[in-house]
Design a protein around this ligand. Structure first.
Ligand code: ATP
Ligand code: MG
Length: 450
């Protein structure tokens, strides 16, 4: 209990707690929202734990829905939904995943003791008399000294649910916490259990780690705790491969620096930065990494599919990795620049340059200085081409396949595509040709040639 402490709970949420009290039940806001309120951060959602059973909760709140067997009633209040959950304990973690059964309990402390970390195992009772913090495991002190600590025996807790190990790294990364040594050791001892986690649950934690300003912290932690070799052996293997002879830097470290240099709100670029060189271990011949872009794109696709990222995210990341090794010389003609844009796709150009800038920032300073100059020179030339409104795909042509059929009289079939393709090549060489009458005249010649 704390006299001075006061947590700000929204009026409607405090109202639900009061309602449960008036009906003779215990009720507290609990878990992540108490933690966030103590940190001075507005919680994303508010959860309530209560001694009331689901039927009693439903009777009290008309706008409520009991959807599962875990004791959680979703109550509608104001414009939010609050999860009101009966005190419960969990058992039978048969597969190191979710509990097979839950049992209700009369004890708030029993409910708090099933939660993962001390900072997540606190409850707060808002009331007019100032409120009350229930903190049986010292979560508040841990938060203040910035330590993440498991509730109870860390090894048992990780054996119950392997996801907690990834949550530990996620919380340590996003909040800037130290993992308490016994908790960290227990992760090391149980890391292998993460092999059973579903891709979706892994993805959820990785997305949060990737959204911090310096996500390398999280991935270094995953590696140091032994989790990376379980969830992503492809990245772990990068530790064995030298990045540049002149530098004591391995491909894993290079990947992390590249990752940190991608924009924090761009998940696709972050994943591309992290994975852009995963093709290197398999292609290293002692000096070069031939085709590591092709091999890496395929590996990244497998990794991201395993983690159940969306089709679109997988495609974009692997496309960027496939093309990240582009090169350039000042002698390139305008047509060569336009061909480059066509090859990587106009819609990918910005991201590809962002990836390459991050990649250079993660490379040998002296070597990359020269690379940067020519990279920015190519960027300038790409911008010029884009602004002069050149055609970079067939759909940018001033005539369509319909014109080829209807105006030029080419019968439907492969002949139409052949004419369009040749017109497109001609326009890439000379953008001035991209004008309806000229293209129709050219097309007539091409069709006549057969
Ligand atoms: P976030 O900020 O991501 O919402 P959170 O801690 O609130 O973090 P939730 O998934 O919303 O995470 O869970 C709410 C609470 O439920 C947690 O604070 C914790 O007390 C408990 N909890 C969630 N997942 C687990 C787990 N895997 N094992 C034990 N307790 C858990
Ligand atoms: Mg939450």
């Amino acid at each position: 209990m704390s006299a001075q402490l006061s947590l700000r709970v929204p009026h409607d949420v405090a109202g639900l707690v009061a309602r449960l009290h008036e009906a003779g039940h215990e009720a507290f806001v609990v878990g992540g929202c108490v933690r966030d309120a103590l940190r001075g951060v507005e919680p994303g959602d508010w959860d309530i734990a209560t001694s009331a059973k689901p039927e009693a909760i439903q009777t009290l709140f008309r706008r409520s829905l009991y959807t599962n067997r875990f004791g959680t009633v979703v109550v509608q209040t104001g414009d939010r939904e609050v999860e009101v959950t009966t005190y419960r304990v969990e058992s039978d973690y048969a597969d190191h995943r979710r509990p097979a059964t839950v049992a209700f309990t009369e004890s708030l402390e029993a409910d708090l003791s099933r939660r993962d970390f001390t900072m997540n195992a606190m409850a707060w009772r808002p009331s007019a008399d100032g409120g009350e913090l229930v903190d049986p495991f010292g979560g508040r002190a841990d938060l203040e000294r910035r330590v993440l600590r498991a509730v109870g025996d860390p090894g048992e807790r990780f054996a119950e649910d392997a996801l907690r190990m990834l949550r530990a790294v996620r919380f340590a990364t996003t909040f800037g916490l130290e993992i308490d040594p016994p908790t960290a050791r227990a992760i090391g001892a149980h890391a292998g259990l993460a092999a059973k986690l579903s891709g979706e649950r892994i993805q959820q934690e990785l997305r949060k780690i990737l959204a911090v300003p310096t996500p390398s912290t999280g991935f270094r932690m995953l590696a140091d705790l032994g989790l990376l070799r379980v969830i992503c052996p492809e990245l772990e293997d990068c530790k064995q491969v030298p990045q540049e002879k002149a530098l004591a830097l391995d491909v894993f470290e290079h990947s992390l620096i590249t990752l940190d240099n991608t924009p924090k709100d761009d998940l696709v670029l972050r994943l591309a930065g992290l994975l852009h060189d995963v093709g290197k271990p398999d292609t290293f011949d002692g000096g070069h990494f031939f085709h590591h872009d092709v091999v890496g794109a395929a590996k990244a696709r497998n990794i991201l599919r395993r983690w159940k990222f969306s089709k679109d995210e997988v495609a974009q990341v692997s496309h960027l990795i496939r093309h990240h090794m582009f090169w350039y010389e000042s002698e390139w003609t305008g047509a060569a620049v336009r061909r480059f844009i066509r090859k990587v796709g106009l819609e990918s150009v910005d991201a590809l340059f962002a990836l390459r800038r991050a990649d250079n920032a993660g490379s040998n300073r002296f070597a990359s200085a020269g690379r940067m100059v020519s990279l920015e020179e190519l960027w300038q030339r790409v911008e010029e081409e884009v602004h002069s409104a050149s055609a970079f795909s067939m759909s940018d042509l001033a005539i369509s396949g319909h014109d080829v059929m209807n105006v030029l009289g080419v019968p439907q079939g492969p002949g139409v595509g052949r004419v369009m393709k040749e017109l497109f090549e001609r326009v890439l060489d000379d953008p001035d040709l991209n004008e309806r009458e000229q293209l129709l005249a050219l097309g007539r010649d091409i069709a006549a040639r057969g």
